[in-house]
Design a protein. Structure first.
Length: 148
């Protein structure tokens, strides 16, 4: 019996996959517990439509990420901090501070967890930071830290 899984089922398959199972397992366990539906022509058509919609949605997200990448390339975030006698910063500039400033200054939402190999900024000057905007779309943020 062929079924379309509605949830991940251990040792059977992942959500959305079409699998062959024994008739008893499908009719007595998977279908009554709403873990799967019978793979009929109608259900296969619905699954194909859902897959197409998901692919279109993913494409739109990727396009937005590419646009944001181009937009970030031209922006420089200016931060003014106080420094000590020896020219060192008091503390460091974290990813959260950078994300908050981008939201406040440019109205751009970024995710601080998506920074690639980020170390807090501890020196004056320009710093380039990579951020993963989407799968395989890496943007570059430029941050200029200057003295107050």
């Amino acid at each position: 019996m062929k079924v379309i899984l509605l949830e991940d089922v251990k040792k059977v398959g992942k959500k959305g996959s079409i699998v062959n199972v024994s008739d008893g397992y499908g009719m007595n366990y998977l279908i009554p517990k709403k873990l799967a539906v019978l793979a009929t022509k109608t259900s296969l058509d619905i699954k194909k439509k859902e897959d197409d919609d998901k692919a279109k949605e993913e494409e739109v997200k990727k396009e937005k990420a590419l646009e944001l990448k181009e937009q970030l390339k031209d922006l420089v975030l200016e931060l003014s901090v106080s420094i000590g006698k020896e020219g060192k910063l008091f503390g460091a500039i974290s990813s959260k501070e950078i994300v908050d400033e981008y939201k406040k200054v440019y109205n751009i939402e970024l995710d601080k967890r998506k920074f690639v190999d980020f170390n807090p900024i501890t020196a004056l000057g320009y710093t380039k930071i990579e951020i993963e905007l989407y799968k395989d779309v890496i943007g570059v943020i430029t941050v200029h830290v200057s003295q107050k």
